[in-house]
Design a protein around this ligand. Sequence first.
Ligand code: 3MF
Ligand code: MG
Ligand code: MG
Ligand code: MG
Length: 373
Amino acid sequence: KLAPQKDDHFTFGLWTVGNRGRDPFGDAVRDTLAPTTIVRELSKLGAYGITLHDNDLIPMEATSAERDRIVNEFRKALDEFGMVVPMVTVNLFYDPIFKDGAFTSSAPAVRRFAIDKAKRAIDLGQELGAHIFVVWGGREGAEVDGAKDPRDALAWYREGINTLTEHIRSRRYDMRIALEPKPNEPRGDIYLPTVGSMLSFIGTLDDAELVGVNPEIAHAKMAGLNPVHEIAQAIDQNKLFHIDLNDQRIARFDQDLRFGSDDIKGAFYIVKLLEDSGYDGPLHFDAHPYRTEDAEGVWEFARGSMRSYLGYREKVRQFHTDAEISGVLARIRELNETGPAVVDSSSLAYWRERGYAYEKLDQLVTELLLGLR
Ligand code: 3MF
Ligand code: MG
Ligand code: MG
Ligand code: MG
């Protein structure tokens, strides 16, 4: 029942299972995994596809001959193991060139370099068959607001994204851009920190139709927000182009925990929202195995991510078919639709005193998730 199938559309970033466990206080604890090994192992576990940053596959300084050789070898592995690449992204955060921003760098030369790098990553995505290009502006932020006017930064950011949509249109690629908000880390503050701010920014772009969002559960939680509401707002505006599934404790550093491993009720409502809304894009895991893990733990992490999603999906099915839960939901509807039709002086007391039966509903969901139903 919890065995992942290709048509579940589970995908992983090369950088997720490939994460070597470095943190700000400690060095790598695992060896580098070859991209082709990741493709093979994830395919065996039932994943549908792989996503990548340009530099997860192609080193920053590769010659064009090296690049072509690497891409060919990777495509061979994709074909051999029946894996697809639905999304490609660009690394605009690792290289020290980007320490004061990429699209929002104060230096025009860096901004131009960042835009060209992103265009090349879009071309790579096209070559690998991707239809989504994610942009996470990890260095688009500031610690010193005196050094750069945030209005300039936003204008440069807009110019960068406008150039990318223009590139996609002029090449006639079947590709859309998904912007990924994050409130902070690695910058002290990152511009456009939430889904809501990203959606409003998208409305100011030249080609807003081509641009949506890639919400990440952990990023919403780092800002103390409710990911269900963030994702719902994206769905409401037809802008949920992609999603990063993981988990996170509130008020901590970026943990990138395995999806559904920390906040069980929160994960349940995320899966419920995705399933009930008919989201049919990739179910993409952007998380890291614990730093304590060896290679075996890495594949446990991957297996667990997919099993958990399927487990939550099964709980959503049970939610919809559980007679007692359906009964409470019917009672809630009835309470709302019967009773005095207007709130006026004669019905004030009724509307003040009535209950909503949410305690009962919440307890039933809790028991469902505890496996007691
Ligand atoms: C950082 C992230 C990023 C983005 C990725 C774009 C390295 O917290 O979530 O992962 O998801 O760069 O897809
Ligand atoms: Mg993240
Ligand atoms: Mg992410
Ligand atoms: Mg991260």
